[in-house]
Design a protein around this ligand. Structure first.
Ligand SMILES: [Zn+2]
Length: 421
């Protein structure tokens, strides 16, 4: 299939594709740890394929045999009514390569409110943009993959390998159990494409990372008797300054793979700050102060290395008994996905994107982490990311750019057909 044929097929289904994306955005699927509402979107996706010659497998992640003993199973989540949905268009001939599309149906919550663009689940289309929570991260990507499979199935296009869509639950907040369940259930292939929002860059490698809390403790109260009371807020502010220096230092070091030319590939993001009784409460020193932060890592770094790096950066404070400070991880460790840039699946995807856009395309390192590393870590399926343009992921007024959705879908269709022959 060439780019022109793929473009015509996608154009002929354009209203259907935009309609599916709007429907998915209008169905809130917020990840509310330990729960989540992905089922609203999975129902829409299942309906989209009704009457289509595909196989459907639907299962909750914790129902997969043996999964709770897997080293990458993250405990504490509730998967009641949170099914993965796997759609498979079976090969029509033998000898080709199979392809997996992986996308998450959950979104972060609608916060921060309010949104200037309207209701967070409006699905409003204006000036070539589609607004709403999850539009960019990553319901447009899921819709693109679903459209590719539906076109292949309904037009009777021959494929020599299965084309699979894993619409998984619980990716946000370093979930990853949904993708792990899909893998352990056997829904793997010769290549996994993940349409997370990469702004139309082909990204075989991603950042990883982990969420931590720093907790400072003290006696609390007010020093009316002239005694010295260490204020945990002061302890925490010193530690925050140290972490700022740590971020500068780690980014000044050489970086691996596709991140080598980036000057700041490892963000440290402070996300929550808590101390004292609020609202109300007494005037006085609190007994505790906490800060939550997320630190990005690059492919090749293991969890122990990250912990060692952080402990070294905070060493003088962590060993100071006069001002107690603890460092605790509060999420799983996400490794960076590390598919080589010269992998054949990456090269053919680049070629398809080049043909569709008419511009030479190069690989890049993704600015985020996600489930992709699970394919690299536990299967022989290399993972590569390619998703649409847009903005405000995890913020208010999230949107996806519709022209890029057309380019993405066309590229994925052309690649899927040629790859699987
Ligand atoms: Zn995402």
């Amino acid at each position: 299939m060439d780019a022109k044929q793929a473009r015509e097929l996608v154009k002929s289904e354009w209203d259907t594709l935009v309609g599916l994306t709007v429907d998915l955005v209008r169905a809130p699927t917020e990840n509310r740890i330990p729960h989540g509402d992905e089922i609203n979107g999975q129902k829409i996706l299942a309906d989209f394929f009704s009457g289509c010659a595909v196989d459907i497998d639907s299962f909750e992640p914790d129902k997969v045999s043996g999964i709770s003993d897997h080293p990458d199973w993250w405990r504490g989540r509730d998967y009641t009514d949170r099914p993965n949905l796997i759609v498979t268009r079976r090969a029509t001939s033998k000898g080709g390569r199979s392809l997996v599309f992986n996308g998450h149906m959950d979104t972060v919550t609608r916060a921060p409110l309010p949104w200037k663009s309207g209701d967070p689940f409006s699905g409003a289309v204006r000036d070539g943009k589609l607004f709403g929570r999850g539009s960019y991260d990553m319901k447009a990507g899921v819709a693109a993959c679903a459209m590719v499979i539906k076109i292949i199935a309904e037009k009777g296009i021959e494929t020599g390998g299965d084309i699979i869509l894993q619409s998984v639950v619980d990716e946000e907040n370093a979930g990853a159990n949904g993708t792990l369940a899909a893998i352990l259930k056997g829904h793997v292939g010769a290549l996994a494409i993940i349409p997370e929002p990469t702004n139309l860059k082909v990204c075989p490698q991603t950042r990883g990372g982990q969420v931590f809390e720093l907790i400072a403790e003290g006696a609390g109260g007010v020093a009316y008797g002239g005694e010295t009371i260490r204020n945990p807020i002061s302890t925490l502010s010193e530690a925050i300054v140290m972490l700022g220096q740590y971020e500068t230092d780690i980014n000044a070091k050489p970086h691996p793979g596709l991140f080598a030319t980036e000057c700041h590939p490892r963000d440290l993001v402070f996300s929550k700050l808590m101390a004292g009784d609020s609202p109300g409460g007494n005037i006085g020193i609190p007994i505790e102060a906490r800060v939550e932060f997320f630190i990005q890592t690059l492919p090749g770094m293991i969890e122990g290395e990250l912990h060692g790096e952080l402990r070294q950066a905070l060493a003088p404070m962590l060993s100071n008994n006069a001002a107690p400070l603890r460092l605790e991880p509060t999420s799983r460790y996400l490794s960076g996905a590390d598919t080589p840039a010269d992998n054949v699946g990456v090269i053919t995807l680049l070629e398809a994107l080049t043909a569709v856009t008419g511009k030479t395309q190069n690989t890049a390192g993704a600015t985020f982490g996600g489930d992709g590393y699970l394919f690299n870590k536990w299967t022989s399926t290399p993972s590569v990311h390619l998703g649409p343009l847009g903005g405000n992921a995890h913020g208010s007024d999230e949107f996806v750019d519709l022209e890029s959705l057309e380019i993405l879908t066309t590229t994925l269709l052309m690649h899927a057909v040629n790859w699987s022959l």
